[in-house]
Design a protein around this ligand. Structure first.
Ligand SMILES: [Zn+2]
Length: 77
């Protein structure tokens, strides 16, 4: 905790997590992926939740289709 570890800076961790998460979009894989399971991806998703800007990244990743409020009014009736 008191050690000056470059690789332990929140910004670096966030960037690494974001890159890892983005890498797995659309069925992407990394060299951590083993048989469909990826501990790195799991870590990345968890890490992103710990950062203020991480939620925005997660929203992008988890949005399969535009879920904007573009619902047509005629759809309800
Ligand atoms: Zn992976």
């Amino acid at each position: 905790m008191t050690a000056v570890d470059e690789s332990d800076r929140p910004a670096d961790r966030f960037d690494a997590a974001r890159r890892t998460a983005l890498q797995h979009v659309d069925g992407g894989t990394c060299w951590h992926c083993i048989g469909g399971t990826c501990s790195q991806r799991t870590w990345a998703l968890e890490e992103l939740t710990r950062h203020p800007g991480g939620r925005q990244v997660l929203d992008k990743l988890r949005t399969p289709k535009p879920v904007k409020t573009m619902t047509e009014e005629g759809q309800q009736r």
